[in-house]
Ligand binder design. Sequence first.
Ligand code: SAH
Length: 405
Amino acid sequence: MGEGHYLAGLDLRGRKVVVVGGGSVAQRRLPNLIAAGADVHVIAVDPRPTVEAEPAITVHRRAWAEGDLAEAWYAMACTDDPAVNEAVVAEASARRIFCVRADEARRGTAVTPASGRHDGLQFGVLAGGDHRRSAATRAAINVALAEGTALTAAAATPHTPGVALVGGGPGDPDLITVRGRRLLAQAEVVVADRLAPGALLDELGPHVEVIDAAKVPYGRAIRQEKINEILVERARAGKFVVRLKGGDPFVFGRGFEELEACVAAGVPVTVVPGITSPIAAPALAGIPVTHRGVTHEVVIVSGHVAPGHPDSLTDWSALAKLSGTLVLMMAVQRLDAFAQALMDGGKAGDTPVALIENASRPDQRLIRTDLAGAAATAAAEQLVPPAIVVIGPVAGLDPQEGESA
Ligand code: SAH
């Protein structure tokens, strides 16, 4: 039925829309109706809990009755009873209200397109009743828009000058967010960390200035100050700058210092969260950082300084007393000291430990050990950064063995 239909955008703000039926079809239509600002009334004998609990609509828990479409601008017949759906469409037609019919689209007077949204854009696809085709087309458009490939030179609106602090995820270019990837496609300058997904840099056009943060020359200022200066200076020169980091910008990534520098300089700055390695690395290795009945806390700890070092802000004896999950980052070099500090604080030497190296990269490794043996195992296995250390009962969970921890 794609042919013969006229695609329109309905202004439903504050207008009554009646949805008859409260099952899966209604559930799937509601978010877009609500987003359009419609005054949605669902009439259903037995609405699903998610429909009934939706605060932005009015649910009438009863059977549909003739007259229910009074004052409506639009209607949807989506019960599982064809006779009811037919009657709803009949009432709608008598009132000259367009009505979608879920069970037999042809017998309604309107159809719902497969629709999508992207950055202030809305689109709909009708494929003559071929739902798979319209859904697949919608998915293809979504991907194309998200990846920026659909933005031809003409359509690609250059980003306004400023800085985006973008979390690139743990390394696999697939694990950046859709927003991060889109902003990267618009970048004029990219300042990338060593741990940022390198493959993403290959996709940048030749006009993009790529600055390797690890190689930024610095003199009297420390490197971070120099990076801050570059971000501010390029943005002030009218460029859109993406600061691409590994994981999440605010998890041991010094992102907040860069945010502060931009704010202090009056440069517009936005933060795009990323998939952070202390949670993603275990997940990629099949280890959950929480598990019902096993752990009720996750503590993410930096191993940047040794226990007892004057700069250390970590109370290792307090961590030793927690029964849940400890995730150590930047901890490879001093693993013996951390394990010892935890055991000194009372954590059992046989507490399971998992070491995950190069998570999401082709050479990802998972090594299982325990707290007493962790440092020796890491040395024997030649564990190298970047690696995540998971300490606690979850590190011993193996789906194949059930809850053997
Ligand atoms: N902002 C980053 C962390 C930067 S600190 C994030 O949110 O993930 C650097 C530490 O992150 C490394 O020492 C290591 O502990 C961890 N790390 C980052 N990427 C990793 C990866 N792919 N595999 C294992 N650990 C990783």
